[in-house]
Design a protein around this ligand. Structure first.
Ligand code: NAP
Length: 467
């Protein structure tokens, strides 16, 4: 076990066995401010580079990532514990996102002509400067890609404050972007703890902030940005509903929901955290869930036979165990699992909870671990009410054979994304983001590149007759 005295908060601790692998020095205020100044300096030239120049560099980032996907995947698994095959798929997805923006940015940011009766008018899309990106550990490459790819292509520069438990992933991305040809200062890491980042939002050279993470972190960063009239985007937590309609293929629905929930040991913002099934199908659904659970193999994330990985850290596992205990104490039924696994490492048993009622915390909270919460409903109105009975509004699923009916239900779910017959999925060309307590703004897709550009109106008229 680690010695907690006098060690940096920025370090690799392998959650498979809780061993400290590598520590990083926390940067001083001067070091951080120097990096921000360098990013501001770099912006002056980077904004003037052509799309073709930027595109060559960003495509190269994608190429390097793909060529090193096994190595990068192993690094993610080492630092935050997810299954190696999931880590490698994440590296591939990140490369696809870099390629998407490298190919599309020029057309997306071309001048947009506006119709006006006098003269001519158009929107010129212009970069705004240094963007501060604050990101979580659960997808250590994908999370940073979502903001880096569109912003670097738009001509902004970026400083990244990555989660403290994935410093090697942060470092290797900075190295790759540099190796691909990005000039000094265009993209740099800040190795500082999250609680210290807020003060840097005030630095006048930081022009905007994007954060993915928990609600408290998002609220504090957004408040600091708002106080200085700087734009922010927030991608926060979720408690996604997975609504099964009565005509759904139950085997398919159970399989999708269980594997969706166990993905990344349940540490996915858009994991199906609340599964809502018709009362008439409840017993059958429950039995099928139990059957799959009995086959789940918890273990070494590097082993291809493992289904459920450790959580990202000892603290994450302990926090989930506390939430499960609280649900039990408040009267929910823990039908399977419910404990830490009796072995070293940040493991929690795959857990099945039922009979959760509105007077319990589990009804409202996000549980960031392998915890499957099953609800039943009598009427569709009740299902929709349940689906919306949380402050979160990130993603969700409707499972049904009648897709038109499923779309009607999807329209009534108060989230930023709803997927039919699939857990919330990800593709570079599709927008990602939430509503309500899950934040605001969009990443990926065309929408993602407009968040941090100045959409400047330029109108050209004859001075004698401007209106
Ligand atoms: P977290 O504690 O909020 O950490 C996320 C990032 O914010 C880390 O870099 C962290 O740095 C930093 N941070 C922590 N406290 C901060 C503060 N007071 N001010 C500014 N930054 C701060 O989040 P987490 O619990 O590790 O991550 C899981 C959460 O992220 C879940 O709620 C999950 O649903 C959400 N998430 C959302 C999305 C989405 O797209 N909507 C995607 C993935 C995850 P340190 O590591 O140094 O503390």
């Amino acid at each position: 076990m680690e010695n907690t005295k006098n060690i940096s908060s920025i370090k690799t601790v392998n959650p498979f066995n809780n061993e400290v692998v590598k520590q990083f020095e926390v940067m001083s205020k001067d070091q951080v401010n120097t990096i921000i100044s360098k990013a501001d300096e770099a912006f002056k030239n980077w904004r003037k580079t052509s799309f073709a120049q930027r595109s060559a560099i960003i495509h190269k980032v994608a190429e390097i990532m793909r060529s090193r996907k096994e190595e990068l995947g192993k690094l993610a698994t080492l630092e935050m514990g997810k299954l190696l095959r999931e880590s490698i798929a994440e590296v591939e997805l990140s490369a696809d996102i870099f390629d998407y923006y490298a190919s599309k940015a020029e057309s997306l940011l071309a001048d947009k002509k506006l119709e006006t009766p006098i003269g001519k008018a158009f929107i010129s899309y212009e970069p705004i400067g240094v963007i501060l990106s604050v990101q979580p550990w659960n997808f250590p490459f994908y999370q940073i890609t979502r903001s880096a790819a569109p912003n670097l292509m738009a001509g902004n520069t970026m400083v990244l404050k990555h989660a403290s438990n994935v410093p090697q992933c942060a470092q290797v991305m900075e190295d790759i972007i540099r190796e691909a040809g990005a000039p000094d200062g265009v993209y740099s890491n800040l190795f500082i703890p999250g609680k210290d980042i807020e003060s840097y939002v005030n630095n006048p050279k930081i022009k905007a902030v994007t954060l993915t993470g928990s609600e408290p972190a998002g609220a504090s960063i957004a408040a600091a940005a708002g106080a200085k009239v700087k734009k922010s985007t927030l991608e926060l937590g979720g408690s996604d509903p997975f609504v099964v309609l009565d005509d759904a293929d139950l085997d398919d629905a159970v399989q999708t929901a269980v594997y969706g929930r166990m993905w990344n040991a349940g540490q996915v913002c858009v994991s199906p955290k609340r599964v809502i099934v018709p009362e008439s199908k409840y017993d059958e659904f429950l039995q099928k869930v139990k059957d799959i659970f009995s086959k789940l193999k918890v273990g070494d994330p590097m082993d291809p036979k493992t289904d459920v990985a450790p959580l990202s850290s000892e603290k994450a596992a302990a926090d989930v165990a506390v939430q499960i205990d609280k649900a039990k104490a408040q009267g929910a039924h823990i039908l399977l699992g419910g404990h830490r696994v009796d072995r070293p490492g940040a493991f929690v048993e795959p857990t099945l909870i039922t009979d959760i009622t509105p007077d319990m915390d589990a009804y409202y909270e996000e549980i960031f671990g392998p915890v499957f919460m099953l609800y039943k409903y009598k009427t569709l109105e009740e299902a929709i009410e349940l689906a919306n009975a949380t402050e979160f509004g990130l993603g969700g699923t409707v499972f049904a054979t009648d897709k038109e009916k499923a779309v009607e239900v999807a329209r009534q779910i108060e989230t930023g994304m709803v997927y039919i017959n699939h857990v919330t999925g990800i593709a570079p060309e599709l927008p990602f983001g939430g509503t309500k307590g899950s934040g605001y703004g969009r990443e990926q897709s065309e929408a993602g590149i407009y968040e941090f550009v100045n959409e400047k109106l330029i109108r050209v008229t004859d001075s004698k007759n401007p209106y």
